[in-house]
Design a protein around this ligand. Structure first.
Ligand code: PLP
Length: 399
């Protein structure tokens, strides 16, 4: 039987050949850029997670990429979901996720969102301040709450600690006592080291602090059972993840030995980053020459930019790679790649070596799955790129 999913997901054998897909779809003639999402990469990331962090249950942070096939696949693989708003919770329900598999992990919530969580039996939420604890008490007193504290990595793509997380040492204990005095169910502690963590020791520091808070919770008779180690896991294949996982496992052994605890995490970028490859077309070009007429650089204008798929580059120092489809031995030039809008900040790459490209030539940009799709706009009237989904044939069972 052909399911709805199979109809919209293109199945391939062995290897996805970008070049032949681009030719088959005749993308040189299309006005709009497109993203290829190879769901296979998400399965590989999931299996890698299970290999290195088998005792940490991932709750995928849907803010990172909320496309339906991504959510459906992760649901089938068995992850939980970290939602930040009412609409994210709704989206996760739409793929058939039970409320037990959701953590409402935005510590700041409006009244109606709290009431929605209550009406839908989403029972686990994070809090990080007196104000939010009182608000939770007022609108959903029976909710389980998890105290988020601040513990920042020294090197990250995107800092979160300046906005969220109580100071564990200054007021963590007081907030735990407050929930106790209100007779609320505090069930654990959480942190987020920042998105795109590039510091190996960051999780250890946070887990150590978390264990002190956790033990204090037990001491004052909270029913502590969850340690939520947040997100921040790097999105590239290989890279730092195995080392970060090793550090987490060692830290859990050291600081949570003999404690009854379920460890969960909220990875976003980790699952989806490598799955997406942006396919953009050169639609214009300009040569920049010195006074004596020598070619200094070629500027290419492509049909996607920072108001589309490359939105993440506006606030993250993300490495962007451009792949061309000309002969390997083509002469290379210093190039600059602009997006299509009239805005001067709409630039993708300022310095990249590429061959001489003409109107209709295609560039592929790998690793574009995280914090791209949900942030795109139609600024200047350009349509948002659509996503074409792929899956390797031996993984069809996960659809
Ligand atoms: C509360 C929370 N959890 C998880 C994430 C996902 O982080 P990452 O994509 O770095 O794994 C974020 C990102 O902003 C977040 O705010």
């Amino acid at each position: 039987m052909v399911t709805k999913e199979l109809e919209s997901i293109h199945i391939y054998n062995d290897k996805l050949d970008l070049k032949s897909e681009i030719e088959k779809l005749n993308l040189s003639e299309e006005d709009d850029a497109v993203n290829f999402c190879d769901l296979t990469n998400i399965i590989i990331q999931y299996n890698t997670w299970m290999k290195y962090l088998p005792n940490v249950k991932p709750f995928y942070a849907i803010k990172c990429n909320d496309e339906w096939p991504v959510l459906k696949l992760l649901k089938n693989l068995g992850t939980g979901f970290d939602c930040a708003s009412k609409n994210e919770i709704k989206k996760v329900f739409e793929v058939g996720v039970h409320p037990d598999r959701i953590i409402y992990a935005n510590p700041m919530k409006s009244k109606s969102y709290i009431k929605y969580a209550q009406s839908e039996n989403v029972t686990n939420s994070t809090v990080d301040s007196e104000f939010e604890i009182y608000k939770m008490f007022k609108y959903y007193a029976e909710s389980n709450v998890i105290l988020r504290f601040r513990s920042d990595a020294k090197k990250v793509l995107s800092i979160l600690g300046n906005k969220f997380g109580c100071d564990a040492f200054e007021n963590g204990a007081a907030l735990m006592m407050l929930t106790k005095s209100l007779n609320m169910n505090m069930i654990g502690v959480s942190f987020h080291v920042g998105s795109g963590c590039l510091e190996l020791e960051a999780y250890e520091r946070a887990i150590s602090t978390g264990s002190s808070l956790y033990k204090f919770g037990n001491l004052i008779d909270h029913n502590m059972k969850i340690l939520d180690i947040g997100g921040g896991f790097p999105g590239e294949v290989g890279g730092m993840f195995p080392k970060i996982a090793e550090s987490i496992n060692n830290s859990l052994d050291e600081y949570f030995a003999n404690l009854d605890v379920e460890v969960i995490a909220e990875p976003g970028r980790y699952f989806v980053n490598t799955a997406y490859t942006n396919i953009s077309k050169v639609f214009s070009r300009r040569e920049v020459r010195s006074e004596d007429g020598e070619l200094e650089k070629i500027m290419y204008y492509v049909n996607d930019g920072v108001f589309g798929t490359f939105s993440c580059t506006l606030y993250e120092d993300l490495p962007i790679e451009a792949i061309h489809f000309k002969d390997e031995d083509s002469e290379l030039f210093d190039c600059f790649i602009w997006g299509p809008t009239c805005d001067g900040c709409d630039k993708i790459l300022e310095s990249v070596r590429l061959p001489n490209l003409e109107e209709g030539d295609i560039l592929a940009f790998p690793n574009m799955g995280a914090y791209t799709v949900p942030i795109m706009s139609t600024f200047n009237g350009f349509d948002k790129p659509k996503t074409r989904f792929y899956l390797r044939s031996d993984y069809v069972k996960y659809l």
